[in-house]
Ligand binder design. Structure first.
Ligand code: NAD
Length: 270
């Protein structure tokens, strides 16, 4: 059901790789709610071609950008402003990648060059995106920026590996830049901490099936789906959440504040 929550709003959505991507689902929901969108992803991801299907469905141009390249980001924001004929109201940062996870390195043995790349792609890219918007004065007043994160930033999930550190940094950047953007232009910056979700990035975590089943049993409402995460992003981009900023918002069916559940106790008793 659509509520016209984003009528007249214009946004950039990073990170739609395929139909399972949280960014893909969010783009569809934003479109349904009346937003105009520009899609972006890393050039290498765009070569897979899937994003063009989404672009057609939401009537959006695709402007490629490696989120670690200031030059690419500048071209993207300038291109988006030209397309919209003005400023930007919302941005979804849905970007994550761990080189050490991909290469099977244990946390205690990470390669530091790969680690730097991981932090640049998964965390500092949010700073780069915000900085680009800041320098170009691209965001409209009361704009909203959301980045996606995971609870491994607060609690140890051993197989989440270096991405735990990446998410901690991401959440810190959202708070720190959020302060400055609130002062300058009432732009809010938040992170949404999503339940484990079956996507390309999600499935990269070792033992993902066990992980997702455990979270399902540990959440009084069960895991939040990608579609539900898209709904939450829509509310964060709408005018109904204007005073929410610098927050890490758990979207996890209650997982983050649950100590144990009968389902988990039963599984342990077996
Ligand atoms: N899936 C989960 O379980 C889960 C849970 C919590 C948070 N998240 C976060 O949600 C976000 C989206 O992930 P997803 O689960 O939809 O998976 P996904 O694999 O569909 O999306 C990750 C995206 O990051 C993009 N990307 C990688 N390197 C990039 C670069 N250099 N420049 C620009 N884009 C780049 C990829 O092309 C891809 O589109 C990530 O930040 C992820 O950590 C996922």
């Amino acid at each position: 059901m659509a509520y016209n929550l984003l009528q007249g709003k214009k946004g950039i959505i990073f990170g739609a790789l395929d139909e399972r991507s949280i960014a893909w689902k969010t783009a569809l929901r934003c479109h349904e709610e009346g937003a105009q969108i520009v899609l972006s992803n890393a050039p290498v991801a765009m070569r897979m071609g899937e994003i063009n299907k989404l672009a057609e469905a939401v009537n959006a141009p695709v402007i490629g950008a490696d989120a670690t390249s200031m030059e690419d980001l500048k071209k993207l924001f300038e291109g988006a402003m030209t397309h919209f004929g003005g400023g930007i109201d919302f941005v979804l940062h849905s970007i994550g990648m761990s080189l050490n996870v991909r290469k099977g390195k244990h946390y205690t043995e990470i390669d530091y060059a790969w680690n730097q790349k991981t932090l640049d792609i998964s965390s500092m890219s949010l700073h780069r995106v915000l900085r680009t918007a800041w320098d170009l004065d691209a965001m409209n007043e009361w704009g909203s920026v959301v980045a996606l994160t995971y609870i491994a930033a607060q609690r140890v999930f051993p197989d989440y590996n270096e991405m735990a550190d990446a998410k901690s940094l991401l959440e810190s950047v959202a708070r720190s830049f959020g302060y400055h953007y609130a002062k300058r232009k009432k732009v809010r910056v938040n992170t949404i901490s999503q339940s484990p979700t079956v996507t390309t990035a999600g499935s990269g975590v070792k033992g993902f099936d066990g992980f997702i089943n455990y979270a399902e049993k540990m959440s009084p409402m069960g895991n939040a789906t990608g579609d539900q995460c898209a709904d939450y992003c829509v509310t964060m981009f709408s005018d109904l959440t204007r005073m929410v900023t610098m927050q890490n918002l758990f979207h996890d069916g209650g997982f983050s504040f649950t100590g144990v559940t009968p389902d988990v106790i039963e599984a342990m008793g077996k």
